[in-house]
Design a protein around this ligand. Sequence first.
Ligand SMILES: Cc1cc2nc3c(=O)[nH]c(=O)nc-3n(C[C@H](O)[C@H](O)[C@H](O)COP(=O)(O)OP(=O)(O)OC[C@H]3O[C@@H](n4cnc5c(N)ncnc54)[C@H](O)[C@@H]3O)c2cc1C
Length: 341
Amino acid sequence: MEQTERKQYDAIVIGGGPGGYECAIRLRQNGLSAALVEKDKLGGTCLNRGCIPTKTMLHSADVYAQALGGEKFGIKAGNVSFDYGAIIARKDAVAGQLSQGVAFLEKSWGVDVYQASARVKSASCVELSSGETLECRHLILATGSEPARIPIPGVELPGVVDSTGLMQLVECPEHIVIVGGGVIGIEFATFFVKLGVKVTIVEMLDRILGPLDKSISDFLTRDLKKKGVELILGVKVKAIEEGLKVLYEKVDGSLEGCAEGDVVLLAGGRAVNTKGFGLEEIGIELDRRGIVAVDEYCRTGVEGVYAIGDINAKMQLAHVASAQGLLVADHIAGKACRPLN
Ligand SMILES: Cc1cc2nc3c(=O)[nH]c(=O)nc-3n(C[C@H](O)[C@H](O)[C@H](O)COP(=O)(O)OP(=O)(O)OC[C@H]3O[C@@H](n4cnc5c(N)ncnc54)[C@H](O)[C@@H]3O)c2cc1C
């Protein structure tokens, strides 16, 4: 039987988010051949479902709030209102344009981009859902994360959404209940309260933004309360019932209560994308949450395989993913580079 020719690369990057797309370009800048495999849209979570769409929506909310309060600055804007569908359409247009920009950059730098789902066969061989098989000397995993499912009854009810689902709603809620007072929950609370939506945050810890400095948490607590956001802290959500009633109890089991809205956002963290495409089969070490163990150069325990960005969970932020992508591309090219702390 005739053997189809397999394309060979110095490096294959799986995942076209801010970690992967930056890494692929830097590999080319370092004179190495590179393939970038992305199953969805280039730009990953950050550009399509994360940083960029939320900032675009926040900007719309800021413009609205400023127009409403413009009179004290001598600006009269008449009857100010917003068109929620248009806010979402603008967000989609901005993300679409930036994703095309990433495609253009990859092409200009000579990165071979494959629109496919990748499956790792070995440290040097990747199979694509399109039927091709690619070979490489170095493999970079940059498959990112997705919203974590909270294991409670009722999460499947209509109107219960995660951050990705929320950004697709074309109608503005009247009252949103946000389960989780972390960065994502607080960002959406800020957006909706500026549009005049009633916002309730239900958080398990006794303060919002738990991992951040207490002074930041205190400042934002005061600010959100001043704007009318209801904060229910130190409670655990037990279930969501029909009519979108979010049932909660105190962490010590003492008090029960219910917050009711027409949309419930589940913002309880992120789950890494490391299962189901061959990583464990080739011996990549994952912890119980699926996080990949890496050293200070983002090397996994398997020779030639690196893991960057959200999947190593050093810090799940876009610029951290990008910085790790650049570090790895330089490390592979044999350049002097500063290891991670
Ligand atoms: C609502 C929200 C707001 C955020 N705001 C900010 C912010 O303001 N600032 C900030 O720094 N960070 C922010 N983040 C976090 C940021 O988006 C992530 O840290 C960042 O996107 C991680 O980059 P990554 O390259 O590791 O992965 P991702 O961006 O998740 O990209 C991974 C890519 O891999 C692809 N993929 C997965 N599996 C495969 C496979 N088997 N084959 C092919 N392709 C695959 C996916 O389709 C995806 O495109 C936000 C996140 C969210 C959800």
